[in-house]
Design a protein around this ligand. Structure first.
Ligand SMILES: C[S@@+](CC[C@H](N)C(=O)[O-])C[C@H]1O[C@@H](n2cnc3c(N)ncnc32)[C@H](O)[C@@H]1O
Length: 263
């Protein structure tokens, strides 16, 4: 697998002031995935965008493959309903990573900044391999547990057990790679370690809220705690900074694992 891409530590250091909160990171992640997709001359007639959220990438995929059938899938029912009402050219359906199966073989599955939320990643990957066309490709950008780890460390020190960051439970990228190998070959991969510098803990909380990392329990913070967090951050990390660990992958089905649904 070592020949499929670089494992690259790429500390991208940014200040929040020139960094428009969560959507900037999500957009950067998508741009990386998109440039990989564009660099492949793929014959695509059907695309699924898994965990499509607001549909911004789904419409990007429509621009890239205007003749393809493009389907966005997300567990957020009101958002899917809204998108179906507002937009033409793509279709949106409600589905969970662990359950949703496409009605026919799909040439390309894309999932950007989303699949790490799957409650059972192995089942989610089985669902994909169940409907991916024989020559199909999967393009993923997933976050690992080294995302927000600094935040978790300070939470553990200051408010033991009261604030748990969901990223703590994200699967390590090496575990994802072991799961991929059950049904897929890794064609390409890249990894980022992104370091964002924030002006204050409050900015981090805003960011986490936007990225759906909604740190449960944050609302219960006592007055003065944010200040204590800031102080703890500065003492421990020399600034208010948050890491994101992101893995990018292109996968194809292993020989003999071709689609089951059309057979
Ligand atoms: C951070 S957003 C990314 C949205 C979009 N892919 C982007 O890059 O802008 C993650 C999305 O995954 C969806 N999601 C989370 N868990 C899910 C699940 N189990 N099944 C389907 N979608 C899920 C959320 O509703 C959300 O829209």
């Amino acid at each position: 697998m070592d020949n499929v891409g670089n494992v690259r530590k790429k500390p991208v250091i940014r200040r929040l002031s020139d960094y428009k909160l969560a959507s900037t990171l999500q957009n950067q992640v998508w741009q990386t995935l998109k440039s990989r997709i564009s660099s492949q001359s793929l014959e695509i007639s059907s695309v699924v965008d898994l965990g499509c959220g607001s549909g911004v990438n789904t419409f990007g995929l429509l621009d890239m493959f205007p003749d393809a059938q493009i389907l966005g899938v997300d567990s957020d029912a009101p958002m899917m309903c809204y998108l179906n009402d507002q937009h033409e050219g793509c279709r949106f359906v409600v589905g969970d990573f662990g359950e949703w199966i496409a009605p026919g073989p799909v040439d390309m599955v894309v999932s950007s900044s989303a699949l790490h939320w799957a409650s059972d990643p192995e089942v989610a990957l089985k669902c994909i391999s169940g409907y991916l066309a024989e020559e199909g490709r999967v393009f993923l950008a997933i976050f690992g547990p080294k995302t927000y780890w600094e935040f978790q460390e300070i939470c553990d020190a200051l408010v033991k057990g009261r604030v748990e960051i969901p990223a703590k439970h994200f699967l390590p990228l090496t575990d994802w790679e072991r799961l991929f190998e059950l049904d897929f070959e890794i064609v390409w991969r890249d990894t980022w370690e992104d370091l964002a510098i924030f002006d204050s803990t409050l900015d981090i909380l805003r960011m986490m809220h936007k990225t759906q990392t909604q740190g449960r329990g944050l609302v219960h913070w006592a007055p003065g705690l944010l200040r204590a967090f800031d102080a703890a951050y500065h003492a421990r990390f020399g600034g208010v900074r948050i890491s994101h660990e992101i893995g990018f992958y292109e996968l194809r089905l292993r020989p003999g694992r071709s689609r089951r649904i059309s057979e």
